[in-house]
Design a protein around this ligand. Structure first.
Ligand code: NAP
Length: 248
């Protein structure tokens, strides 16, 4: 059976590493991005040059019409989806809760929580046996922030990832009988651009000494855990989590 995977937010960071590894393992991959068309296109070209199959699709995962159109584009180009990685996520400048306004809170929840719900909805409609699908797998990219709370940095982001943890458990139980497994990874301090978005590009180096493994993680180390959860090797795991966080 052909494995068709959508990785949201795959132009950079953890999403790009996941798309690259999945393609190397034989998945046909849709690389979703928001603004960074050149990186997404370059990644697709790299995958195709290595003999893989990839498409690129711009969509804001927090926008319902964008998400519906993206899944229709995948249907037409790659075929019925069998795997989804809900990876796209944002955080905003470090600040305390007492300084956060409603606009910031809405942006964070729209991208991180509503985006994951909308993509999972479209995936379940195609994967579920009761809808004629062949089953499938979903991996949500949560964060250790869900457990640590990110005080003085981004409690809003941490809370959005707490919602992803609850979503993972609930959806897993809801769709298990439809042949769909749903799990999540909780990355810790991973070397990507996201820390610069929070206003501190050197955040991993500042904090790495506090980790049991004494270093930041690489996107490829998170991708490896995601690919395991997607694979048949994880066939008896659903509604569960892998912390990829250096022991934190
Ligand atoms: P990143 O380097 O900042 O990349 C974010 C990706 O998401 C980009 O591809 C971006 O697209 C895309 N994106 C952002 N908003 C989007 C939207 N509304 N619709 C579609 N795509 C969108 O981030 P990362 O560090 O790889 O993070 C990936 C995931 O891991 C996120 O869910 C994040 O919360 C989680 N995580 C990261 C860490 C860490 O330490 N890095 C730790 C824990 C959890 P463009 O390139 O087009 O802007």
């Amino acid at each position: 059976m052909k494995h068709v995977l959508l990785v949201t937010g795959a132009s950079r960071g953890i999403g790009a590493a996941t798309a690259r590894l999945a393609a190397a393992r034989g998945y046909a991959v849709c690389i979703n991005y928001l603004r960074n068309a050149s990186h997404a296109t370059a990644l697709a070209a790299e995958i195709e040059a290595a003999g893989g199959e990839a498409m690129v699709h711009q969509a804001d995962v927090g926008n319902e019409a964008d998400v519906v159109a993206m899944f229709e584009a995948i249907d037409a180009r790659l075929g019925r989806i069998t795997a989804l990685v809900n990876n796209a996520g944002i955080l905003e400048t470090q600040m305390r809760v007492e300084d956060m306004d409603a606009g910031r809170l809405a942006r964070t929840l729209q991208a991180n929580v509503i985006g994951s719900f909308l993509c999972a909805r479209e995936a379940v409609r195609r994967m579920a046996r009761k809808h004629g699908g062949a089953g499938g797998t979903i991996v949500n990219v949560s964060s250790m922030a869900a457990r640590l709370g990110s005080p003085d940095e981004y409690v809003d982001y941490a809370a959005s990832k707490g919602a992803i943890d609850s979503f993972t458990i609930g959806l897993a139980r809801e769709v298990a009988a439809d042949g769909i497994r749903v799990n999540a990874v909780r990355p810790g301090l991973i070397r990507t651009d996201i820390h610069a978005a929070g206003g501190e590009p050197g955040r991993v180096d500042r904090l790495k000494g506090s980790l049991p493994l004494q270093r930041g993680g690489e996107p490829e180390e998170v991708a490896a855990a995601i690919l395991w959860l997607l694979s048949d090797e994880a066939s008896y795991s659903t509604g569960t989590f892998i912390d990829v966080s250096g022991g934190r």
